[in-house]
Design a protein around this ligand. Structure first.
Ligand code: SF4
Length: 294
C-alpha cells in the first residue's frame, strides 16, 4: 500500500508560527494566558495547557494584579484587547498572523476614510471579530450576496470591502460584483491569504489519484470539515479522523493508494502518527474494522 500526502496540508505558516512562539514562551516557564484557543484543535490546546498556558475566553477573566504574558492567537484581536492588557499590566505576546494584520490595517484605513466597511466572512469567527474592532466596531459582516441587500445601502455611500483571510476567492469576487451593482464608490481589497485554497486544491487533486482519503483534524475545525466534503465529492472513499486511534483497518482492505491531508489547525505529530500506523498496517490482509492503534 502506497501512502501519499497532499502537497499542502496541516498547519499553515501563521498557525505554525503562533504555536512555536507560544510553546517557546511556555517552556521558558513564564506565566502565560492564551486568549481564546490558538487553533480549533483540542490536542494543540491540551499541549499548551500541559506546558502551563492558561486559556481564557475573555481578557476580563484574568484577575487584576495577575502578572504574566498575554498570548494573542494567530486570528488576532481588536485594539480594545491591547488596551485592556495594558491596564492589567500584562506583557503582550502577539502571534497575530501577518495576513490577518494586513486585513486589520485595511479595515482601519477604510474606516478612517469615512467608508462603510464590509467584511465578507463568518460573523462568529474570532478573526472577523478582531477585524471589526479595527474598523472602530462599525464594520458590517456579510456571509452571502443576499446579506448585502439587507444593509439598506444608499448608492452614494462610499464603501470599502475586504475578506476574512480564509474565504474562497470566487465568493469574494461575487460579493464585490454584487456590491458594485448597489454602490457607486467601492474600494475593494483582497485580504485572502490563499492557504485554505491551496489546501483544498491539493486535497482534491490527491483524492482523484488514490483509493482512500484520510482527512486528519478536529471535528470543530471548519476548514478540516470542508476538506472532507471536497474529497468525498470526488467519489473517492473519504474519512475524517481526529487521531490515529480512529483509523480503522477495515478501510484499508484492497486499497492500493491511501491519500492523507490535514486541516490548517492539525499539528504535524498527529499526521505522523497516522502515517506510521499506515506504513506498518497489514494492508490488503486486514479484515476487521478494529483500530490500528489497538
Ligand atoms: S490561514 Fe492564512 S491568514 Fe490564517 S493563520 Fe493561516 S496563514 Fe495566516
Amino acid at each position: 500500500m502506497e501512502v501519499l500526502i497532499a502537497e499542502h496540508s496541516g498547519f499553515c505558516v501563521g498557525v505554525e508560527r503562533a504555536f512555536r512562539i507560544a510553546l517557546e514562551t511556555a517552556e521558558a516557564s513564564k506565566s502565560a494566558y492564551m486568549l481564546g484557543n490558538l487553533v480549533h484543535n483540542k490536542l494543540v490546546v491540551e499541549r499548551l495547557k500541559n506546558f502551563g498556558v492558561k486559556t481564557v475566553s475573555d481578557i476580563s477573566e484574568i484577575p487584576h494584579g495577575a502578572q504574566g504574558i498575554l498570548i494573542i492567537s494567530a486570528h488576532g484581536v481588536g485594539p480594545e484587547v491591547y488596551e485592556a492588557a495594558k491596564k492589567l499590566k500584562l506583557e503582550i505576546l502577539d502571534t497575530t498572523c501577518p495576513w490577518v494584520k494586513k486585513a486589520q490595517k485595511i479595515a482601519k484605513e477604510f474606516s478612517d476614510e469615512g467608508r462603510l466597511v464590509i467584511i465578507v466572512g463568518d460573523k462568529g469567527h474570532p478573526e472577523v471579530k478582531g477585524i471589526v474592532g479595527w474598523s472602530g466596531g462599525k464594520a458590517n459582516v456579510v456571509e452571502k450576496v443576499e446579506d448585502l441587500g439587507k444593509l439598506g445601502l444608499a448608492s452614494e455611500t462610499p464603501v470599502g470591502i475586504l475578506a476574512q483571510t480564509t474565504q474562497p476567492e470566487e465568493h469574494f469576487d461575487a460579493m464585490v460584483s454584487a456590491l458594485r451593482k448597489i454602490a457607486k464608490d467601492v474600494r475593494e481589497y483582497d485580504t485572502i491569504c490563499g492557504a485554505t485554497t491551496k489546501r483544498q486544491s491539493a486535497a482534491v487533486e490527491l483524492a482523484r489519484r488514490v483509493n482512500l482519503v484520510l482527512v486528519i483534524g478536529d471535528r470543530l475545525s471548519a476548514n478540516t470539515k470542508r476538506l472532507t466534503e471536497l474529497c468525498a465529492k470526488t467519489g473517492t472513499e473519504t474519512h475524517q479522523i481526529e487521531t490515529v486511534e480512529e483509523l480503522s483497518v477495515g478501510w484499508l482492505v484492497g486499497k492500493k493508494k491511501v491519500g492523507i491531508t490535514a486541516g490548517a489547525s492539525t499539528p504535524e505529530w498527529v499526521v505522523q502518527d497516522v502515517i506510521k500506523a499506515l506504513r506498518s498496517a497489514p494492508a490488503g490482509r486486514a479484515r476487521s474494522s478494529k483500530s490500528l492503534s489497538q
